[in-house]
Design a protein around this ligand. Structure first.
Ligand code: CP
Length: 315
């Protein structure tokens, strides 16, 4: 495992601008690892991956840990509340300090859009963006693509053409949506974003999707509907109109009953049950929510291998 970046190592900062060949170069080995957890070998044997998370996480941090260990690496969990950042040390100095200890890769989550890229510009080891503000969450986008492709029998080449996906709710604050829109449309899917103007401004269409205000106008036509969490911690406010939000934009049992045969319901998690998605839908027959979680492990194995130049196409 490389301790410094070389011509065979790369950062994974986002899916916007990533071409279809590169998406497939990560998704292909992810699928291999899903079918056989040993398929990628142990290319990170005895190396060190550091999870540098400045925001809370259950799915992403845990699955990166499992993924790195499956590839043979040791994993260290950096806990910012107990670090010397409390004494004024900067993000960049913190990252460079950890890098100097001989780590092989940094997996970074930060509350500010662009912070992970900035950090990546100041360290020599590969950096994987585990979510930066409302900007990008590339490995979530990749696992969402793999889930969609699996559900609709598109694993051969990950060609998503002809599939229509609705992404519903709090687009404004969603890094998940930005990564998913980029990756899914590059592989041929059509994406329609659905929500109120305050959460889904018309400018979202610049990401390459349609914008629709009426969920009922599209729910019967899509192959997948992904509900997004209302991100109260980033300033989204419903002002007591939670029931009205659910009535207009919630994935309810009634709406799920009107979806096409085979259409799936997705949610990146964590869920606000009863708000953007009813429990009966989250746990119902169309739901692939836990499949998304499960596929996060092989996707992150493949992402780590790709970043460390350990994938078959990386040299
Ligand atoms: N989907 C996602 O990023 O979940 P966590 O915040 O739990 O990692």
């Amino acid at each position: 495992m490389n301790a410094t970046a070389t011509s065979t190592t790369r950062d994974l900062l986002g899916l916007q601008g990533m071409d279809a060949g590169t998406l497939r170069a990560i998704l292909g080995p992810a699928l291999e690892a899903e079918r056989d957890r040993a398929a990628l070998g142990r290319p990170l044997e005895e190396g060190m991956v550091v999870n540098l998370f400045f925001e809370d996480s259950t799915r992403t941090r845990t699955s990166f840990t499992i993924a790195a260990q499956a590839l043979g690496a040791h994993v260290f969990q950096f806990v910012d509340q107990r670090s010397s950042m409390s004494k004024g040390e900067t993000l960049i100095d913190t990252a460079r300090t950890i890098e100097a200890m001989g780590v092989g890769a940094l997996v970074v989550r930060h509350g500010s859009a662009g912070a992970v890229q900035q950090l990546a510009e100041h360290v020599g080891v590969p950096v994987i963006n585990a979510g930066d503000g409302a900007h990008e969450h590339p490995t979530q986008g990749l696992l969402d693509i793999l889930t969609l492709a699996e559900a609709h029998d598109r694993l051969d080449g990950f060609d998503l053409s002809g599939l229509r996906v609705a992404i519903v709710g709090d687009l404004l604050h969603s890094r998940v949506a930005r990564s998913a829109i980029a990756g899914m449309t590059t592989l041929g899917a059509e994406v329609v974003c659905v929500g109120p103007e305050a959460m889904c401004p018309g400018g979202v269409s610049a990401l390459g999707c349609d914008v629709e205000r009426d969920l009922d106008a599209v729910i019967g036509e899509v192959d997948a509907a992904m509900a997004l969490r209302v991100q109260f911690e980033r300033g989204s406010a419903l002002g007591g109109a939670e029931a009205a939000h659910t009535a207009r934009y919630g994935l309810t049992s009634e709406r799920a009953s009107r979806m096409k045969p085979g259409a799936i319901v997705m949610h990146p998690g964590p869920m606000n049950r009863g708000l953007e998605i009813e429990s009966g839908v989250a746990d119902g027959p169309r739901s692939v929510v836990l499949r998304q979680v499960a596929l996060g492990v092989p996707v992150r194995m493949s992402a780590l291998a790709w970043c460390l130049g350990a994938d078959s196409g990386g040299r």
